[in-house]
Design a protein around this ligand. Structure first.
Ligand SMILES: C[S@@+](CC[C@H](N)C(=O)[O-])C[C@H]1O[C@@H](n2cnc3c(N)ncnc32)[C@H](O)[C@@H]1O
Length: 206
C-alpha cells in the first residue's frame, strides 16, 4: 500500500520533505517509511515500556502508528514550528478517526536537547534527527535521568549513521540487543538498531 494510503487509514498527513535553511546540525523532515515500521514492530515488542519519546517527531507518523497499534503513551518532540503545527493538525484528524485508544499522544515544540526527560520515558526513537553533537547531549540527558530514576531504557535508531553508532559503542553504557534489517533493501543503513542500557549501569551504586 502507498504511503499516502497508509496515512489515510490513520487520518493523518505525513508524506513529504521539509529542509532546514542554513542549519548544519538539524536534519530535514522525512518520515520513517511505513514498511520499515511494520518490520520493526513485528520484531520489537514493547515489554515494560511506559512511554515512547520520538526525538524529532516531524508530523508525528511514528507516534500515531505506535499509539494506534499498541495503545502506548507517546510524546513527540519537534523543533520546527511549522512541522509541529502539522503534527497538531494530525492529532485532531487522527482523534476523529481513531476512538478506540486511550493512551495519550502528546507533542511538544522544543529542541530535543532541551527536553526534560520524564521518569516514565523509557524508550527513545531516533530517525537521524540531528548531528551527533546534539545526539550526545540528548543521550547525556537520558543517562542523567536513569541515574536519578533507575529503570530499563531502550534506544531505537533507524537508518543510523556511523557517528551515532560509534558514539554509543565507545562512550556510553548502551549495548546492542537487536539489529533489524528491512527485507529487500540493499542499502546497508536500511535497518534499525536497538540499544539497551547495561544492567551494570543501573546497579553500579548498589
Ligand atoms: C528525519 S525526520 C524524522 C521524523 C520522525 N521521527 C519519523 O521518523 O517519522 C527528523 C526531524 O527532526 C527534527 N529536528 C531536527 N533537529 C531537531 C532538534 N534539535 N530538536 C527537535 N527536533 C529536531 C526535524 O525538523 C525533522 O522533523
Amino acid at each position: 500500500m502507498e504511503e499516502k494510503e497508509r496515512d489515510k487509514l490513520l487520518g493523518i498527513k505525513t508524506v513529504g520533505i521539509r529542509e532546514w535553511v542554513n542549519n548544519n546540525h538539524y536534519n530535514r523532515y522525512e518520515a520513517t517509511p511505513y514498511k520499515a515500521l511494520d518490520v520493526l514492530f513485528e520484531n520489537y515488542k514493547f515489554i515494560d515500556i511506559n512511554r515512547v519519546v520520538d526525538f524529532g517527531c516531524g508530523r508525528g507518523r511514528v507516534s500515531f502508528y505506535l499509539h494506534n497499534r499498541f495503545n502506548l503513551p507517546v510524546i513527540g518532540i519537534e523543533a520546527n514550528n511549522k512541522t509541529y503545527e502539522e503534527a497538531l493538525e494530525n492529532k485532531i484528524s487522527y482523534g476523529l478517526k481513531t476512538k478506540h485508544t486511550t493512551a495519550p499522544v502528546e507533542f511538544k515544540c522544543s529542541l530535543a536537547q532541551h527536553y526534560k526527560i520524564d521518569k516514565k520515558d523509557n524508550c527513545f526513537y531516533f530517525f537521524n534527527p540531528f548531528s551527533v553533537h546534539i545526539f550526545r547531549k540528548v543521550v547525556d540527558n537520558i543517562l542523567h535521568s536513569a541515574e536519578k530514576d533507575c529503570r530499563k531504557l531502550d534506544l531505537i535508531l533507524y537508518y543510523p549513521t556511523r557517528e551515532y553508532e560509534e558514539f554509543l559503542e565507545n562512550s556510553t553504557p548502551f549495548k546492542i540487543v537487536d539489529e533489524i534489517r528491512i527485507p529487500g533493501e540493499i542499502d546497508k543503513r536500511e535497518k534499525f538498531i536497538i540499544y539497551r542500557l547495561r544492567e551494570e549501569f543501573l546497579y553500579k551504586d548498589i
